[in-house]
Design a binder for this molecule. Structure first.
Ligand code: GUN
Length: 174
């Protein structure tokens, strides 16, 4: 969709199209709609990032808590959002053996017990080996470091999800 078409969307349609660019947080799309018209897709991304950054630390943790576990029960039961399903599939998390799944489950549980929110990483930029490695490494961080790191990962996930929804003018015209 090009930027002119996006800017002419009523908020119901905007939220239905962009409501999951931040996983299970449609309130963010609903809020940034107020800032239209957007000059570009990058401006939508900037508005989302500014909204997230303006939240108190508890709000940032809330965004992290809206994310399902990687290779978790939602993947097993088919209840992931389509975006998360695709990203976890691209990282190979849907093709793990039982031993790998149970290792991941244990590490996810350890991470949540330590920090109070789930481990979030941009799955599209990783494969299952690097995801497990990072989960192990990041367990050694402080809560503040992980909150900040998780939010950066959310922004990266959002950037890639936006990219597949917003066509640049050049792409649109060609
Ligand atoms: N990275 C990309 N998508 C997701 C997701 O749905 N959950 C988590 N934890 N990380 C992700």
């Amino acid at each position: 969709m090009d930027i002119e078409a996006i800017n002419s969307l009523p908020y119901e349609d905007f939220v239905s199209i962009f409501g999951n660019v931040v996983e299970r947080c449609p309130i963010i799309a609903a809020a940034v709609w107020s800032g239209r018209p957007f000059p570009s897709g990058a401006a939508i991304e900037a508005a989302i990032n500014a909204f997230i950054e303006a939240l108190p630390e508890s709000g940032k943790e809330g965004i992290l808590r809206c994310h399902p576990d990687l290779a978790g029960k939602d993947l097993q039961s088919g209840t992931l959002t389509p975006e998360s399903r695709e990203e976890q599939g691209a990282a190979g998390l849907d093709r793990m053996g039982a031993a790998e799944v149970s290792r991941m489950t244990r590490l996810n549980a350890e991470y949540k017990a330590r920090f109070g929110f789930p481990f979030v990483v941009c799955a599209r930029m990783n494969d299952r080996t690097s995801i497990v490695e990072q989960l192990r490494e990041r367990l050694g961080n402080t809560q503040a470091q992980e909150r900040a790191r998780g939010v950066e990962e959310v922004k990266e996930i959002c950037r890639l999800r936006l990219q597949s929804l917003v066509h640049s003018d050049q792409k649109h015209k060609s």
